[in-house]
Design a protein around this ligand. Structure first.
Ligand SMILES: Nc1ncnc2c1ncn2[C@@H]1O[C@H](COP(=O)(O)OP(=O)(O)OP(=O)(O)O)[C@@H](O)[C@H]1O
Ligand SMILES: [Mg+2]
Length: 255
């Protein structure tokens, strides 16, 4: 594969899906400086793990990059679109089209079945009910849970809930999936299954993943590891793993 010999400097701007330039985020009219000048670029198909102590700004960074929250200062471009140039409505649609979200606590609606939870973002973004059903079922198949489609979250295990949450994130065919501590509520075996699923989707669907995690073991399975402290990036390194000859090293070197 030609990419194997590619060096960081060879990668073009068109491959950058997430770009943050000197972003700052202050809360409480400046009393809390949650981000103090973060600059980073993430390329298509990278799997980036963000680590760092509690309160260092990981969730704030994810929320700002994804446009859920507004930065105090700085520039964010997603797929070369400066998100500041979008109206609230445009940003909502842009987010729905480009991004999926996975949370520690799944955020599935308890009154809806697994299938209905996955359909919901499609219906919200204006897809017909017929197409929403077909696409939701295809996503659920991708996470291997077709048999559970008519069950409600309360009847599912944590791992199954997170798979449905991932199916929901995939259903809108995003280019980026943000995952804030996606395995934080799961035991280690189930955590690994969820990580394996996301890595498979990364390979098969060319999806870019940004994970926030407290687990070094999980971070080592990403292609790149970013460590934050006090609202700043302290370390940003490609991950090299022996179990993934080629693929990860290749991707890790693409910055
Ligand atoms: N809505 C908010 N209003 C005021 N301060 C906030 C708000 N959200 C976060 N903060 C503060 O910003 C800082 C960064 O918080 P953030 O949630 O990004 O940390 P984190 O790295 O995700 O931590 P954790 O690992 O505990 O999830 C903290 O000091 C936090 O108290
Ligand atoms: Mg957090």
């Amino acid at each position: 594969m030609e990419m194997e010999t590619e060096r960081s400097s060879d990668r073009g701007q068109e491959d950058v899906v997430i770009e943050a330039i000197d972003i700052h985020k202050h809360y409480d009219t400046g009393k809390v400086k949650a981000l103090q000048g973060v600059t980073l670029r993430i390329h298509r198909k990278e799997v980036v793990a963000i680590m760092g102590p509690s309160g260092c700004g990981k969730t704030t960074l994810l929320n700002c990059l994804s446009g859920l929250d507004q930065v105090t200062q700085g520039t964010i471009r997603i797929a070369n679109q400066d998100i500041r140039d979008l109206s609230d409505r445009q940003l909502t649609l842009f987010r729905a089209r480009e991004m999926g979200f996975v949370f520690q606590t799944y955020n599935l609606l308890p009154v809806l079945t697994g299938l209905e939870n996955v359909e919901l973002p499609l219906l919200v973004s204006g897809v017909s009910s017929r197409e929403a059903r077909a696409r939701a079922l295809a996503s659920i198949e991708q996470v291997g849970l077709l048999d559970w489609a008519s069950h409600r979250p309360a009847e599912m295990s944590g791992g199954q809930r997170q798979r449905f949450a991932i199916a929901r994130a995939l259903a809108t065919t995003p280019s980026i999936v943000w995952a804030d501590e996606p395995t934080g509520a799961l035991d280690s075996i189930t955590s690994q299954e969820i990580i394996d699923l996301m890595l498979t989707l990364n390979r098969e669907l060319d999806l870019t993943f940004v994970w926030v995690t407290h687990s070094l073991d999980i971070a080592h399975q990403a292609s790149r590891m970013i460590t934050m402290a006090d609202g700043l990036i302290r370390e940003d390194t490609p991950v090299k793993t022996q179990t993934s000859i080629g693929t990860f090293e290749e991707r890790g070197a693409q910055r």
